[in-house]
Write a protein that binds this ligand. Structure first.
Ligand code: NAD
Length: 333
């Protein structure tokens, strides 16, 4: 499987040049998260459409707006569609592009840390419907991804945390040096290196398994429990915070099952404390509701979930865990 070509730009001026080089003279549209219009000054000759984005607009209505613009601009399969924004925008633009005349060319320019290290890579896209989040989607690898960390200057602390937790996940799964770059006084001074290394870990996992039949599931580290916390809290707990607690619980399980060195957990816990992130969560719904939520997870069959743990740093493993055993750990500790 051919993965995306990735270029890194040092600042917005370089990004503008890289983008124009990518588009060349081809027919194109640029979909820009409208929250970025005051941050980014793109060449006015580009064919730019601002899109209002938030999780509640991540639905079919937005997809239809994107398709309509693509038809109105007479795009075809050789045209280039560029999406500039966070994970919501890249998921919407990715899906709309993959289904427009069975697929035009896609370039993603992630503007959040989560987008840079995770959401823009790997070709998964999706949108929400009445049946849940990201229930409709395709696998569609972007031809190009342009990464520019100048976007991070305007990102909130909460959004930075959402992204850095995914980089910690990458460090635990495949590169311990990422953890050394993050567990310092101010990880932002290492951010360019953190992004590059996190992308490398994700891509090396994707290389072997784009369609999530096996190895790609490693990327769910912390996410099974994280999603449960998000749902239980009616999404009042942020994604990064929820996944952080999910990773922590996973490290605790790994200590019991595989004698994982408890320093791995302590270092992570220290980081969460320093960032004023919570290290525990009390579920408000009853066990039957939680069981129902987990059972709807795509990774569950016959009440057994494919659960990701690490035996050691850089040694992920997929185990079969009965959902009763998982809930026991979550509720009774
Ligand atoms: N497809 C995948 O593989 C994948 C992976 C992870 C997450 N996701 C999806 O990504 C979404 C979350 O993405 P996200 O965390 O990037 O959030 P987001 O796209 O909702 O962006 C968060 C907020 O930050 C704003 N913003 C974006 N860039 C900014 C910048 N540089 N400066 C200031 N504000 C900025 C946005 O307008 C928005 O209000 C979820 O819908 C999730 O399902 C997809």
């Amino acid at each position: 499987m051919k993965l995306s070509e990735i270029d890194y730009s040092n600042n917005f001026n370089d990004l503008d040049i890289d983008l124009k080089n990518y588009i060349n003279t081809d027919n194109h549209v640029v979909f820009l998260d409208s929250n970025l219009s005051s941050i980014l000054n793109l060449d006015e000759n580009l064919n730019i459409f601002e899109i209002d984005i938030n999780e509640s607009t991540k639905g079919l209505e937005s997809i239809q707006k994107l398709w309509a613009i693509m038809f109105d601009q007479s795009l075809d399969r050789n045209s280039k569609v560029i999406g500039i924004g966070g994970g919501v925008l890249s998921d919407l633009v990715g899906f709309a592009t993959s289904t427009f005349k069975r697929g035009a060319k896609l370039c993603l320019i992630p503007s959040t840390l989560l987008g840079m290290v995770d959401a823009a890579h790997g070709g998964k896209n999706g949108f929400n419907n009445d049946y849940g989040k990201n229930q409709i989607g395709t696998f569609f690898i972007p031809e190009k991804i342009l990464i520019c960390s100048e976007f991070l200057d305007s990102l909130s602390e909460n959004e930075l945390n959402n992204g850095i937790i995914e980089s910690i996940k990458a460090g635990l799964l495949g590169d311990r040096t990422i953890l050394d770059l993050i567990y310092v006084d101010n990880f932002m001074k290492n951010i360019d290196e953190i992004i590059k290394k996190s992308v490398k870990v994700k891509n090396s996992i994707l290389q072997n398994d784009i369609e999530e039949s096996n190895e790609r599931m490693f990327l769910n580290l912390g996410h099974t429990i994280g999603h449960l916390i998000e749902k239980d809290s009616d999404f009042s707990v942020s994604h990064g915070q929820a996944v952080a607690i999910g990773i922590l619980k996973g490290l605790e399980i790994a200590e019991t099952k595989y004698h994982l060195d408890n320093n791995v957990k302590h270092q992570f816990e220290d980081f969460l404390n320093k960032k004023s992130l919570k290290t525990d969560y009390k579920f408000s719904n009853d066990i039957n509701y939680l069981k129902e939520i987990i059972s709807n997870d795509k990774k569950v069959s016959n009440d057994v979930i494919k659960f990701v743990l690490i035996q050691d740093i850089e040694k992920p493993i997929l185990i079969d865990l009965h959902i009763n055993d998982l809930l026991e750990v979550l509720i009774n500790g």
